[in-house]
Structure formats: C-alpha cells, structure tokens
Ligand binder design. Structure first.
Ligand SMILES: [Zn+2]
Length: 209
C-alpha cells in the first residue's frame, strides 16, 4: 500500500521553519496619544495637526503637537500626539509610565480599550478628561497581508521571538501578530521592553515558535 503524504501539513512545517530565519526590524514606541477629531479640536481649537515624522505603519505619523498627561500620582509633560485622528482616543504608556501617573493600565492590543481607565490630557489651550483609553500596548508584530500568507501567520496569533541586540539578546513570548494591507513587517515594543532587551536601532526579532 502506498503511503499517504499530507503535503499541506508538511509544507506548513517547512514554512514555519523557514520564517525563523527572517529578521524582523524592532521599533521601540515611546508613550504617545491618539485622539479623536473631537478631542483634538477641544485641545487644539483651530490649529492643524502637522506631520513631523512619518512612521512605518500605514499613514501613521508623529505630529508636532505635545500634551501633558495628568494622573492621580503625577504628571508627564511633552507627550506626543500621533496622527491622523482615530475613531477612539487612546493613550499608550509603558508600565513604568503608568505607575508614575498612578493609573492601573492593562496590557491590551491597540484599539481594545473597553473597560480601561481614563485620565486628563492637558494642552496649552485647555484640558479634557477621557473616561477610558489608557493602555500598556501588548507587544506585537505588524505583517503585510501577502507576507503573512507567505510566512504562515494570521492576525491574533501569538508567537515567541528571539530579540537579537548588541548586549541584551532575549526571548519574548506572547507577541501578537497583526496583519494589514498597509502594514510593513516590524515588531513594536514599548520603552520598558526596549530597555530590557537593549534594543538599539540595529535590534532584530526572529520568530522561533
Ligand atoms: Zn504597532
């Protein structure tokens, strides 16, 4: 009797092995704020949001606008607003930032803000208090849709990566895959994680499982 070969299963195994060799650039995200148009207009009435630096994902950019975050235990000045405006207001902090402000921010993937704490955002023109939106962003890897097919990855999947850096290479588990047509292959971690793994400009991540 001829042995039955499951080609699809074997191909998937080969792909899972080969993607381990792909070096994914690592970007460290500092604390930042995304605003709805309405919240932006309340903080910067009549002022356009100007593009200071384009970011790697979609049409995201670092704007020229800075705000102060106010929590029960402290304030943080010069926190950058990222554009363009979104459907929800979201404040992304590291755990260290959250502790300094006195806000129990949960680890969430961007956009998942239901039930999260809020805070006060202050600009030179006024301040707003948002009821929710403060998160510690869950570490994630942006993957372009076609690349995701080639690499055998899907949105919401969690992988373990090895971060390779000059002096603090490390393994990071539970990295969430995010797939999008306008994404560019890149891993995003926050400043706490970046410091922990010594992530300079040359740090790369390889999916190992
Ligand atoms: Zn990201």
């Amino acid at each position: 009797m001829t042995q039955q070969i499951d080609v699809a299963a074997q191909a998937a195994e080969v792909i899972a092995h080969l993607r381990n060799f792909i070096k994914i650039p690592v970007g460290v995200s500092n604390k930042h704020v995304h605003l709805t148009q309405e919240d932006y207009d309340r903080l910067f009435p009549g002022e356009p949001m100007n593009r200071k630096k384009k970011l790697n994902q979609g049409d995201d950019f670092a704007s020229d606008k800075l705000v102060t975050l106010v929590g029960p235990k402290g304030t943080m000045e010069r926190v950058r607003i990222l554009g363009p405006c979104r459907k929800y207001t979201q404040i992304e902090l590291s755990m260290t930032d959250a502790r300094m402000l006195g806000i129990p921010a949960p680890i969430r993937i961007s956009g998942s803000i239901e039930g999260t704490p809020g805070l006060t955002i202050r600009s030179p023109h006024g301040e707003i208090t948002v009821p929710q939106g403060v998160i510690v962003a869950k570490r994630h890897i942006h993957v372009q849709t076609k690349d995701a097919v080639l690499m055998g990855l899907h949105s919401g999947q969690e992988v373990c990566v090895r971060i390779e850096s000059a002096e603090r290479s490390a393994f990071l588990d539970k990295c969430e895959i995010r797939v999008g047509d306008d994404f560019t292959l890149e891993m995003h971690i926050d400043t706490d994680e970046g410091n922990a793994v010594g992530a300079g400009a040359d740090a790369t991540a390889r999916i190992i499982g």
